[in-house]
Design a binder for this molecule. Sequence first.
Ligand SMILES: Cc1ncc(COP(=O)(O)O)c(C=O)c1O
Length: 370
Amino acid sequence: MVAGAIEAMSAQLEKLGNPSSLHTQGRAVRKELEQAREQLAKAIGCHASEIIFTGSGTEANNTALKGLFWKNRPLGRNVVVISAIEHHAILDPAHWLHDHDGAEIVSIAVTEKGIVDLDALKSLIDTRGDEIAVISVMHSNNETGVIQPIAQIVQLANLAQIPVHSDSVQSFCKVPLSFSELGLTAMTLSAHKIGGPLGIGILVLKRGIDIPAILHGGGQERDIRSGTLNAPSIVGFAVASSLPIPVEQIAQLREVFATGILKAIPDAYINGGSANEHLPGIVNITFPGTESDTLLLLLDGQGISASTGSACTAGVQRPSHVLLAMGHNDKTARSSLRFSLGATTTRLEIEKVIELMPAVINQARTANLR
Ligand SMILES: Cc1ncc(COP(=O)(O)O)c(C=O)c1O
């Protein structure tokens, strides 16, 4: 967590008082919580009353997708549209709606660059727009960093009055992001992606839109998310959102890293590398002839953390659904690694990885031949 957020959160942890209580202590906590809400609203480009605090980004995604589906299904809209590259926190609730609630799920393909195919979405809306309950497309992808054309998606959706939700967990505070300018109905954010605390998320839900809740109880947060508000985490989230992330510096390092790796390993290639817009700190690289699990362990042995982006179920590594959707086969998807750069990443670290990489790749290729 970033230092300022830790301090603000620690100070709040010492305060007694449930923000929903009417006594003096409760009102004092409520006041600080509402100031944090205002601060976050400014950073998000929404109205404070549009913020619904949740326990995670996963919860916000579930609440938005299920809520908008349940709201619109009685109007004859039984189709849930997602992209093929969504995080599991959207994929899985969508599949749940199919299995338990009879929703029809349509997954929109992405191009080789990892960008949602707008033509496919347009023709779906042209032919079946009045059947669609909700469209959910992430603002940027967590594995490739590729940014999605959300404003254009909203424009298309508006033609058939379809609400659009966007999982914007990866984009917040890293690239320009404004809820009102995008014209979204709903948006998801999570504090731990910006140096805030774990276990606190936001569902931004347009004013005047009411959706059925998943949690029922005390009626907090417009009766959409009951439960005592986590004031310390909310205050920590707000402070984290106000501290600038050195995105220029991170983007420059990403450039140095990508160029250096491609020079060191000439047959390696960057997934989504030809997309015009991407996050400053994520780069996903395929190293042909390797197994990403082996690479990961070899790099870990050198003190370098990378990730495969694939889900591990019952010990079986699966290839990334994001890379498969971008045209990879199982083998090449399994030869890919995601590197994340942040505010604390240094040029020295980047140079060290570039220098180590040829030997690591050789070792991984030899292991793969055995
Ligand atoms: C794109 C995306 N959506 C949703 C989530 C889930 O957020 P949380 O960890 O707050 O549940 C993540 C977390 O990694 C993510 O990267």
